[in-house]
Write a protein of this length. Structure first.
Length: 75
């Protein structure tokens, strides 16, 4: 936790290499589901994903990834 890694892999390839603890929520975002603190509905089939990190990051999911977020919430 708290480590940063640089990779030149496309996110699509990195996503395939990671385990189920990671979820694609946007075309440019992969998140560790264990670090999700809260998920709130946002406009236009989007969600605000609040992370449990030092900065309490708030990430907006992409419309095309709302099914993945819903599946995580089991709704």
């Amino acid at each position: 936790m708290g480590k940063n890694y640089l990779s030149d892999l496309p996110l699509k390839n990195l996503e395939k290499k990671l385990n189920d603890n990671f979820l694609r929520i946007h075309r440019s975002l992969l998140v560790n589901v264990k670090m999700i603190k809260e998920i709130n509905k946002h406009y236009g089939s989007k969600y605000i994903v609040k992370m449990d990190d030092v900065d309490q990051s708030r990430l907006v999911s992409g419309r095309n990834y709302c099914k993945q977020v819903k599946d995580l919430l089991e709704i």
